[in-house]
Design a protein around this ligand. Structure first.
Ligand SMILES: [Zn+2]
Length: 177
């Protein structure tokens, strides 16, 4: 199971919004290895290092992030190998590519329950959430337009309330020093 149920329930808010869906990480790469082979790729030491970095990711790493993490397991991993491996896994539907404004492609495993993303414009932090209300509304809109909803991507961009004022204060304090 990908999500810790206790955490998930603690993250429950009114209107069926679930946040703080911390991913359970794992060092078990067997499923990912199978997917690579099914995609016609041999599981080399370098590719295994990339799979380990992917399986262990709690966040939404870029290809460069994954390269740095994979190199902890095998220093000979190249960025080209990261891109090729991600491309095959994405094609297999095992990895999701998220295009967040201002940060380029960010990756995550696709085996988590469906969720949407809120991106903090000041810090680049990515908050995962799921709202039953939004899910229902989107399906309704598609139906009204004569479609059956297949999937969707929703990204919210925001600033923490008071966050900008805090940052300005920090800058003012810094300027006096
Ligand atoms: Zn996500």
């Amino acid at each position: 199971m990908w999500y810790d149920l206790g955490r998930l329930l603690r993250g429950m808010r009114g209107d069926g919004i679930v946040v703080d869906m911390k991913k359970q990480t794992s060092k078990d790469t067997s499923v990912l290895e199978e997917e690579l082979r099914a995609g016609g790729m041999r599981v080399t030491r370098q590719r295994l290092a990339i799979l380990l970095a992917l399986a262990d990711a709690e966040d939404h790493p870029s290809a460069e992030d994954l390269l740095a993490r994979a190199r902890r397991y095998d220093a000979s991993v190249s960025l080209a190998t990261v891109y090729r491996t991600l491309a095959v896994l994405e094609q297999r539907g095992t990895v999701l590519r998220n295009e967040f404004e201002g940060s380029g492609a960010r990756f995550e495993l696709a085996n988590a329950p469906h969720h949407d993303h809120l991106i903090d414009l000041d810090t680049g932090d990515v908050v995962e959430f799921r709202s039953d209300k939004i899910e229902r509304l989107q399906a309704e809109i598609a139906t009204e337009l004569g479609y059956e909803l297949v999937h969707h991507r929703l990204q919210l961009y925001g600033r923490k309330r008071g966050g900008k004022a805090r940052a300005a204060r920090r800058r003012a304090v810094g300027a006096r020093v």
